[in-house]
Design a protein around this ligand. Sequence first.
Ligand SMILES: Cc1cc2nc3c(=O)[nH]c(=O)nc-3n(C[C@H](O)[C@H](O)[C@H](O)COP(=O)(O)O)c2cc1C
Length: 157
Amino acid sequence: MSDGKFKKELGQLPYGVSVVTVGFGSTSNGLAVSWLSQVSFDPPMLMFSIDKLHYSTELVEDMPSFVVNLLGDDQTELAGHFAKRSMADEQKLDAYDTKETEAGQIILSDALAYYACDVVATHEAGSHWIVIGQVTEAAVLRDGAPLTTAHGLRYTK
Ligand SMILES: Cc1cc2nc3c(=O)[nH]c(=O)nc-3n(C[C@H](O)[C@H](O)[C@H](O)COP(=O)(O)O)c2cc1C
């Protein structure tokens, strides 16, 4: 499938690579995300962009919150796991250790840091939804350099 117009040019843009976790308990999932940014200091807010056709999008539409799990440069394999499309009987989150925020959202235990957010707005952007969240809980979990698209990972169709 094509990435559309300006594939080469847009492919130059640098990004971090995180896993966004959504949902609670058995109704939960995680997906690799690089189109993500802080968008406000006060209050602290983050946004990410999610393809309207992803399985995770159904969960995002139903859930009032999400967690950004910042990955380290030693977590390429984990990123690849969460970049796989969800299969009917698969729970991608079972493959890695998780813990919970105070509100019960799912955190990847080995992330560098996490940011739990309440969804405050969603905006349509072509093929994607932009999801904006206000940070309600966050912590740095360990030292390390962040995983970025410079490590050979890239969001492609
Ligand atoms: C490095 C990398 C970055 C990605 N960034 C995004 C992103 O920002 N938004 C998005 O919707 N999908 C992104 N993806 C694709 C999803 O992770 C992938 O489609 C995944 O299968 C979706 O999970 P789901 O099927 O469980 O919903 C990225 C994939 C990779 C490899």
